[in-house]
Design a protein around this ligand. Structure first.
Ligand SMILES: [Ca+2]
Length: 311
């Protein structure tokens, strides 16, 4: 059986690095590259962490690209500085030089080239804003035909958003951060015919990072990936952390753990609700992950991260 072609576009936060760790353990996936979008991170640190992680996991054949797109509403510095902390994790700094290549072209150009050259349609796994995807579509609209589907951690449908007044005094709190960063990019992707599978806050709210899960991870910290994941979660825990990007990425491997529901939606791009994805009667059809077997999901993570690295 041929492997599932996946191009990963993340934005450098703790959860994005954990999602990268998970994606690299999937036997049926062929990762075509990793693009880092400069959103929930500081970009040089996030690129370093991504490349160091790929080296650590002996996946240094996978190219990394720096997206140079810009969002409208920057993420808070408090969130973004996690990328600098991860860049200094001892586990990721045991080598003097990096093997994983950083490609010379921009991330958006790399996305265009990779899709154009792919032998069959590619799944885009996106765990940050949709700006790099929207920009690549603007650069070459023909790539739409090479995108099999987009699995996106973003948006919120029927519960409160996570853009707080403290960081966005003009917002009404109905949006999720990745959508709020650049709502116009979301709208651009909504205009395509590409199948969209969303992992929204509606489902991620049901999967907090629990003390019990962290204890289970600690028990198997003799495995390097569990040790590294434990460090990441220790850094994340003061922020009331949920499985966002990791949950979305798990869908690529274990979709049977999820139930999925179809919605018709529209994107609000201006005003107090910008970034809101509103459920309407006649709108753009999307699929959204609706529920997850949490126990099986935790078991899956422990299994994927409970293995030795192949040298
Ligand atoms: Ca992210």
């Amino acid at each position: 059986m041929s492997k599932k072609l996946v191009l990963f576009d993340h934005d450098g936060a703790i959860d994005d690095i954990l999602a990268t760790m998970l994606l690299m353990t999937m036997p049926h996936v062929q990762p075509l590259g990793i693009i880092v979008t400069p959103a929930d991170c500081y970009i040089n640190a996030a690129l370093n962490v991504t490349r160091k992680l790929l080296d650590f996991m002996r996946c240094h054949h996978i190219p990394v690209a720096e997206s140079t797109v810009r969002g409208i509403h920057p993420f808070p510095a408090l969130y973004r500085r996690d990328s600098l902390i991860m860049d200094n994790f001892p586990l990721l700094n045991q080598q003097d030089t990096l093997k994983t290549p950083l490609v010379p072209e921009t991330g958006q150009q790399f996305m265009v080239n990779t899709l154009q050259n792919a032998v069959e349609p590619v799944t885009l796994m996106v765990t940050g804003p949709l700006t790099t995807v929207a920009t690549a579509l603007e650069m070459n609209p023909e790539i739409e035909g090479k995108i099999k589907e987009i699995v996106w951690m973003g948006g919120v449908l029927n519960v409160s958003g996570n853009v707080e007044r403290e960081f966005a005094p003009e917002h009404d709190g109905t949006a999720e951060w990745n959508a709020y960063w650049d709502a116009i990019a979301v709208e651009r992707v909504w205009q395509t015919q590409i199948p969209l599978i969303l992992c929204t806050l509606d489902i991620t709210n049901t999967v907090p990072v629990t003390a019990e899960f962290i204890r289970q991870l600690a028990k198997q910290r003799h495995y390097p990936l569990s040790d590294l994941a434990g460090l990441c979660y220790a850094l994340a825990i003061p922020q009331d952390y949920y499985c966002w990007d990791v949950l979305a990425t798990a869908y690529l491997h274990r979709p049977e753990l999820f139930s999925v529901k179809a919605w018709k939606t529209e994107v609000i791009t201006t005003g107090y609700s910008q970034g809101r994805i509103k459920v309407v009667e006649n709108g753009r059809k999307v699929l959204a992950m609706d529920s997850i077997n949490t126990e099986a999901f935790h078991h899956y993570l422990l299994q994927q991260w409970g293995r030795q690295l192949i040298s």
